[in-house]
Design a protein around this ligand. Structure first.
Ligand code: UD1
Ligand code: UDP
Length: 364
């Protein structure tokens, strides 16, 4: 019996885990023990994904909640170490670049338990980002590094990681987008609930620390979205970090009628909102890629992106979120825009390849 401990804790990790966990659940001779660190804990940031994606129930919930990076990561590290000692798995699986990822990686590495990092090799080359530090440390602690793209593979090789530990498998988020596309189409009623017509609205998400914690950037983004809302409705499902930042900055009352702010969306509703948007403006890694999966033009409200293929293919444009008018112009100039075709994120079978490698088979 092969035994895996999977560490998740944030919204994108619950979604990414749907790729592998559902396949492991259906296999004989394999046990997966899911640990939820509790980094995200509101129902619409956590539980809803377990329900909608039919994820296996977690066996351990560490309940770490929010906090400063050091304290939050330390609480996770102590909790995960306890679980790994108790479960003694053949391998620990971590996803992405959050504090939950880093804590899982450190705990496994210190106990000499083999570590698999899914979404390895992504780099923004911006060490101010907490995620960049998390990724680099996790990659260098990992035994098996599952890279989503050629660029990610090249980044790892350049950093001196042995090539026989790196596997180019594609992006697990693409697997998930394919798997749940039809379900979203059948079950989500979000467009009628919000009174939105297909291909006649702008979808936005904002949660990156550098945008929320900097009041001038946050105001530029909200001014840009507000201006864009004068030509087309804007819908913004709001991350709790941004909700709190807006409240602190006293922005809540300054938003026009055509600009709807909702709570965080479930995955099925989010898929429908993305698929039917005219354009997406986001600072999310996952949402940028999903825009491309659904062939919707996108602008990324950041200094840079790790997902450079999206820019190269012309589907994405990076726009520094420093000036409201420029953000509005960037959004409206993307309306009706298309990029080139391409499949830089694999064939939708990343999870199968990862499982085969983890179980000792050969990559297909
Ligand atoms: C984290 C990840 C980020 C990822 C994002 C996905 C780190 C360093 N950052 O950022 O890489 O893109 O998740 O969404 O791990 N909060 C709530 N309820 C919740 C969760 C958070 O109110 O369920 C609020 C709290 O005020 C908290 C703040 O949001 O302090 C930030 O949460 P945190 O998990 O620290 O970082 P994210 O911004 O969510
Ligand atoms: N997402 C969601 N509801 C939302 C916003 C995002 O289900 O209101 C999904 C989105 O479709 C993608 C993932 O969450 O699959 C991206 O997570 P997030 O933007 O929180 O983090 P990032 O990808 O930037 O780490």
């Amino acid at each position: 019996m092969a035994r895996f401990v999977t560490i998740v804790g944030t919204r994108p990790q619950f979604i990414k885990a749907a790729s592998i966990s559902l396949k492991l659940k259906a296999m004989d001779g394999v046990e997966e023990i899911v640990v939820n660190t509790g980094q995200h804990y509101d129902k619409e940031m956590s539980e809803i994904f377990f329900e909608q994606l039919d994820l296996p129930a977690f066996k351990h919930h560490l309940g770490v909640g929010s906090g400063c990076h050091g304290a939050q990561t330390a609480r996770m590290l102590a909790g995960i170490e306890g679980v790994l000692r108790q479960e003694n798995p053949d391998c620990t699986i971590v996803y992405g670049d959050t504090n939950s990822t880093l804590a899982g990686a450190l705990a496994a590495a210190k106990l000499n338990i083999p570590l698999a990092h899914i979404e390895a090799g992504l780099r923004s080359f911006n060490r101010q980002m907490p995620e960049e530090i998390n990724r680099i440390l996790t990659d260098h602690a990992a035994d098996r590094l599952f890279a989503p793209t050629r660029k990610a593979t090249a980044n790892l090789i350049r950093e001196g990681i042995a090539e026989d530990r790196i596997f180019l498998v594609g992006d697990v988020m693409f697997d998930v987008a394919i798997r749940y596309g039809a379900k979203a189409q059948c079950e989500s009623k979000i467009l009628s609930q919000l009174g939105l017509a297909p291909k006649n609205y702008i979808l936005a998400t904002v949660h990156r620390a550098e945008n929320c914690d900097d009041v001038s950037r946050l105001s530029a983004i909200f001014e840009g979205l507000n201006r864009a809302a004068s030509s087309m409705p804007v819908i913004l499902p709001l991350h709790p970090r941004t909700r709190n930042a807006l409240a602190r900055a006293g922005f809540s009352g300054k938003i026009g009628r055509n600009f709807q702010i909702t709570g965080p969306a479930g995955y099925l509703d989010m898929t429908m909102l993305e698929k039917n948007a005219s354009v997406i403006a986001t600072d999310s890694g996952g949402v940028q890629k999903e825009a491309f999966f659904h062939r919707v033009p996108c602008i990324t409200l950041r200094e840079e992106t790790e997902w450079v293929e999206l820019v190269e293919l012309g589907w994405n444009k990076v726009v520094k979120p420093v000036e409201g008018k420029a953000i509005c112009e960037a959004i409206t100039s993307r309306l009706g825009h298309s990029g080139q075709n391409g499949s830089p994120y694999g064939d939708g079978k990343a999870a199968e390849k990862i499982i085969e490698i983890l179980l000792g088979g050969h990559p297909s």
